[in-house]
Ligand binder design. Structure first.
Ligand code: 13P
Ligand code: SF4
Length: 325
């Protein structure tokens, strides 16, 4: 018998016995996406955490995604297959430096991408993901400056889109910045019929060639619904799994990188494996935990995101008060 089939079967049995729901991001390996109870973008995963009935959730993605689920659902046990599944945006925005930056603009609204640590969320006013960011920044009072971090490319894209200046934190995604504008231009010349779709974490020189810029779920929706027969895709490779399933009839070409490696794999997402998932369900380790004072403060900015996304009106702070965490 195929060993990975065997493992999948064992995991299915174990998660039922131990009442664990598996959530997976679109950048995971196909076999992990197929095994998961729910697969989605980072907003969907945060939202599903609040809807799931089981006592334990295993998040096959990166640790900041699991932390967001824990912050919103402190009573649940939140498991990850590998605690080293970080993110270059999280690493590039240490709490002390982010706080110093934030303190320079006390009347500003700190809009922070969900790809950030719990500590950084705790000193932010609102969290965004690429699927709701535009709606959220558009709802900020016009008389308050906007600070946006830690992804400068998403921030720059939004600032241009809504015609408002942002103070940008200089962080980026080490995977998406590899896409190369000149080589993409040449690829488009070779495939003029292609629909070009890109994640907003790409550099603006790449985004300017995209017909559609959006979250992983928005890019999937485009592949599902657009009549094009060729798509050039500027995002992480894991998403091809769902794209192929939705449109087996189309040609999917990954946008090129400078060195022609064609290897836009997120090294953090790809730390997760079926073996580690099985081990985690058996041992109930590693768990993601957040101290209660930190969790309570980070929950405010995450909950504001949830509320605006579903159309609720929210109060905005007029001045930043550094929390005691
Ligand atoms: P999405 O919210 O679009 O799924 O993006 C998450 C991410 O980490 C992209 O690199
Ligand atoms: Fe972070 Fe980039 Fe990986 Fe997304 S693809 S988790 S932004 S390093």
């Amino acid at each position: 018998m195929n060993p990975s089939y065997d493992l999948r079967f064992e995991i299915q049995k174990l998660k039922k016995e131990k009442d664990v729901t598996i959530l997976a991001h679109f950048y995971e390996e196909g076999e992990i996406q197929d095994l998961a109870d729910f697969v989605g973008d980072s907003f969907y995963l945060a939202q599903m955490g609040q809807k799931i009935q089981s006592q334990a959730i295993l998040l096959a993605g990166v640790v900041f995604m699991a932390e967001s689920v824990k912050i919103l659902n402190p009573e649940k046990t939140v498991l990850v297959p590998d605690l080293n599944a970080g993110c270059s945006l999280v690493e590039g925005s240490p709490y002390v430096d982010y706080l110093a930056w934030r303190l320079k603009y006390p009347t500003g609204i700190a809009v922070t991408y969900i790809n950030s640590s719990a500590e950084v969320k705790a000193i932010s006013d609102v969290i965004v993901t690429s699927s709701n960011a535009q709606k959220i920044v558009e709802s900020i009072p016009k008389d308050q400056p906007i600070l946006f971090g830690p992804d400068q490319n998403l921030g720059r894209y939004l600032s241009t889109k809504i015609g408002r200046p942002f103070e940008l934190w200089p962080g980026d995604c080490e995977v998406h910045v590899l896409f190369h504008a000149q080589r993409l231009y040449e690829l488009i010349q070779a495939h003029p019929e292609a629909r070009v779709i890109a994640h907003p974490e790409c550099d603006e020189s790449v985004l300017k060639y995209a017909h559609v810029v959006g979250s992983t779920s928005r890019l999937l929706e485009e592949v599902k619904n657009h009549p094009a027969k060729v798509f050039i895709v500027a995002t992480e490779t894991g998403i091809f799994h769902q794209m192929k399933r939705l449109r087996p009839d189309v040609e999917l070409i990954q946008a090129p990188t400078a060195d022609q490696c064609g290897c836009n794999n997120c090294p953090y997402m790809k730390l997760n494996t079926l073996e580690k998932i099985k081990r985690t369900i058996v041992s109930f380790q590693p768990q993601v935990n957040v101290s209660e004072p930190l969790r309570k403060r980070a929950e405010i900015s995450l909950q504001r995101m949830m509320d605006i996304t579903i159309g609720k009106k929210v109060e905005w702070p007029r001045e930043f008060q550094p929390p005691k965490i």
